[in-house]
Design a protein around this ligand. Structure first.
Ligand code: TYM
Length: 331
């Protein structure tokens, strides 16, 4: 609890241009918590360097991710919006938690397995211990709820296990967090290979729709989306391509699968793909407009990140001191 409210924490890596997966599974849902919860939203730049980044691009994407948070409705007067590397407590707690996280647990993380397969020439220690840094992000703020897409559920569950382990050894120290996973849109799939998650680092541009893609690009990408054999707009087992398009349509419009199936009954894939493209582009237009405004005002973004880091540091330091005292450090 903070100021009588439960705490929400989430983060996004500035490691690529964000996709509609990041938007529908995570960022779009962030602003809804701030009336009821004390919210922390972080641009997790420390996590990004587990994969090689071009420094100038990382810097630009860090500003852009912050600008997107604001463009998606995060009011910095109601939310603490900040950059992870500006609050050193994250890295400090991560080291301590590393010593309470098991090699076997980290080896079982599916993201580690996927990323090491993709970056076989750079399987660094940070990639392996990534989940304990993520646990530090969450546990530092005594977080109750973590809004994320389905792919991060395993990491949040590990953060829970680490919190419980630490609390059991040293008495209650951390709140044990819960993932909060949106029903429609928690796992948006690739448009080119719909059995795979849509990923911002995908090298095939046709597989991903970016939040900042132009309307023409969005329409074209949906038109080319891989669909299955058949022609009916119906959600069905094994029809990954059409299921994904229906999910995207429902997530943007708020309609149910049944309503969508009825709306497009008797129509073909081509008409449906055009409709999904339209709805997606039209829903993103206001975000793009606000993004243009925020991203061009670097001074404002810097003032938001500075204030966010100050607010976050204040809470983070309280937890970190408690942890240091418990493990036996002189503070
Ligand atoms: P990242 O940067 O990969 O993704 C940011 C958020 O977007 C969600 N997401 C998706 N949701 C639906 N469909 C998709 N295809 C899709 N792709 C991504 C992710 O689940 C995530 O919620 N490790 C995290 C960042 C992180 C974090 C944290 C999150 C670091 N510390 C603490 C929560 C709390 C990550 O790599 O997200």
């Amino acid at each position: 609890m903070q100021d009588g409210r439960k705490v929400v924490f989430s983060g996004v890596q500035p490691s690529g241009n964000l996709t509609i997966g990041n938007y529908l599974g995570a960022i779009k849902n962030f602003s809804g918590f701030s009336d009821e919860y004390k919210c922390y939203y972080c641009v997790v730049d420390l996590h990004s360097i587990t994969v090689r980044q071009v420094p100038a691009e990382l810097r630009k994407r860090t500003y852009d991710t912050l600008a997107l948070y604001l463009a998606c409705g995060l009011d910095p007067d109601k939310n603490t919006v900040f950059v992870q590397s500006h609050v050193p407590a994250h890295a400090e707690l991560a080291w301590i938690l590393d010593c309470y996280t098991m090699f076997g647990e980290l080896s079982r993380m599916t993201q580690f397995k996927d990323k090491s397969a993709k970056n076989a020439q750079n399987i660094n220690a940070g990639l392996f211990t990534y989940p304990s840094l993520m646990a530090a992000d969450i546990l530092l703020y005594q977080t109750e709820m973590v809004p994320v897409g389905a792919d991060q559920k395993q990491h949040v569950e590990l953060a829970r296990d680490i919190a419980i382990r630490f609390n059991t050894i040293y008495s209650d120290t951390f709140v044990v967090p819960e993932p909060s996973i949106i029903k429609t849109g928690h796992k948006i799939m690739s448009l080119a290979e719909p059995e795979k998650k849509m990923s911002k680092s995908d090298s095939n541009e046709n597989a991903v729709v970016r939040i900042l893609d132009t309307k023409d690009t969005i329409i074209r990408k949906f038109r080319r989306a891989v669909t299955d054999s058949g022609s009916e707009i119906r959600f069905a087992e094994g029809k990954d391509g059409i299921n994904n398009l229906i999910t995207i349509y429902c997530a943007f419009t708020g309609k149910t699968v049944e309503e969508t199936e009825n709306e497009f009954s008797g129509m073909g894939y081509a008409e449906f793909k055009a409709a999904v493209g339209e709805v997606c582009a039209d829903s993103l237009a206001p975000v793009q407009e606000m993004f243009a405004k925020y991203s061009s005002d670097k001074g404002f973004l810097e003032s938001v990140m500075k204030r966010g880091a100050e607010e976050a540091s204040y809470s983070a330091r309280k937890t970190l001191s408690k942890v240091k005292r418990k493990v036996g450090f002189i503070i």
